[in-house]
Design a protein around this ligand. Sequence first.
Ligand code: FES
Length: 127
Amino acid sequence: MYNDKVMDHFMNPRNVGEIQDADGAGQVGNPVCGDVMRITIRVEDGKIADIKFRTFGCGAAIATSSMVTELVKGLTLDEAMEVSNKAVAEALGGLPAQKMHCSNLAADALHKAIEDYRAKHPANSGA
Ligand code: FES
């Protein structure tokens, strides 16, 4: 039921792990199923220099986590804030309808990590 791209990101997820001493961290739980995703970022010159994720969830959640890390690496914080859950699902070539709720974690956790960074670095919030 998953396309090849989703399966690739599920079987070979990119940027798995946790950045030690991260500049920002965001964690979200999916109210539909209880799965949890955590994203940590390192910020340099207002851009996402590094990003890692840990997802305790289904295959679609792992694939969307992996995809969002690839999509935003190197983007400015403002650009990364504009990446939506829908954009992540589209970048994966779509998800089965009953799995669309799984894509809600990826961008939300990213946005929380950026908000966390901005709260900790108010003078350097990276436009
Ligand atoms: Fe929980 Fe997919 S079933 S994120």
